[in-house]
Write a protein that binds this ligand. Sequence first.
Ligand code: GDP
Ligand code: MG
Length: 443
Amino acid sequence: TLSDRLADTFKNLRGKGRLSEADIDATAREIRVALLEADVALPVVKEFVGAVKERARGVEVSQALNPAQQIIKIVNDELVTILGGETRRLRFAKNPPTVIMLAGLQGSGKTTLAAKLALWLKEQGSSPLLVAADLQRPNAVNQLQVNGERAGVKVYAPEPGNGVGDPVAVARGGVEEARRTLHDVVIVDTAGRLGVDAEMMQQARDIRDAVTPDEVLFVVDAMIGQDAVNTAQAFLDGVGYDGVVLTKLDGDARGGAALSVASITGKPVMFASAGEKLTDFDLFHPDRMAGRILDMGDMLTLIEQAEKTFDQEQAAKAAAKLTGQGGDFTLTDFMEQMQQIRKMGSLSKIMGMLPGMGQFRDQLDNFDEREIDRIQAIIQSMTPAERENPKIIDGSRRQRISKGSGTQVSDVNTLVDRFFEARKMMMSMAKGGGIPGMPGMPG
Ligand code: GDP
Ligand code: MG
């Protein structure tokens, strides 16, 4: 698996510092192979590996994670971001019915999916209506009716024996029927061809224009691998859509299609279908798919645990001090936290996590990194005794400290004043029943 390979790459690398260019190149090679094995399209692989390399260059080897774990975390975060971040939910119309239109190649799984989605919505308390607007294949209407019956969902279909029907009229009629009979969701099944074709696109566009869907979902067979990219692009240009549904994930597909399609189109994958049974269907979870693509699920669990432990140790220490169990909160602690912040990156986010700092978030967002350097320099110019008990720092010491740290006396004064203010506030918050949201504290 990728995690094994990366662990091999980094077996001699531990501790502090940055990853070397050679390490990063070796890593990039492993990731490239893993993605190609997962059937991700080549342009997507290139872009992805480039992005990971970029991020790996900026990263300090942390104490919580070893280099392999760190890179895997970067790769995973990047994957999850491309795959849509959080699971994207359906948008329901303010004025029902919500109209969902399905588009995709023939055999991609639209008709099956229509029934799965209907059942899923029904179980969530909706009252969906299925609309059979695929009049291309002789058996298509009947297939939807059979599936609808199995799902226990009503199907709107053209009257039989009326000659060749008009799918646009059927779609429109279905939405009207839903409005009349108080169905709150309409799922419009449409026709596909084996390949992308102009007439089919035109028909899908006409249906779209007739029913103005709240969501157009592009349905794609995950097993078509690399081809998924071209098809996805053709439907994006031809019909347009808001989200993607992957089907046949129960096949041996590693999920490369998911990454390719999401990356090329920028559209979120919303649902995943993994079997022929109506219940083989769920919301798409980007994090799970990321694990599947790179075959690194176990590693991710380990990483999460390592990070959690690390954060919790820090937070528990600070919390204990604030409640008077671990001695006073001192400038030494303050500096340790600063260093922690620096290491962990996003300044304002982490500062917001420090006790009592949340309310300074606005200022923190504009916080100058150099300010931290100044603060560190000042604290480092103090004696250990002064750091433990800043009260003993008198005027002449303040001058010495400012000289030693290359700052102004006013900077030293400001730091000491701010520290006392912050500590006072933290102590009173700690006494007043804890700091909400802070691990290790009653909240
Ligand atoms: P449509 O032409 O887009 O409407 O596709 P269908 O819904 O008719 O599906 C085509 C074939 O794929 C059918 O035989 C389905 O049973 C099968 N199928 C659909 N979804 C899945 C899936 O998630 N897993 C598997 N294994 N088969 C599926
Ligand atoms: Mg169909």
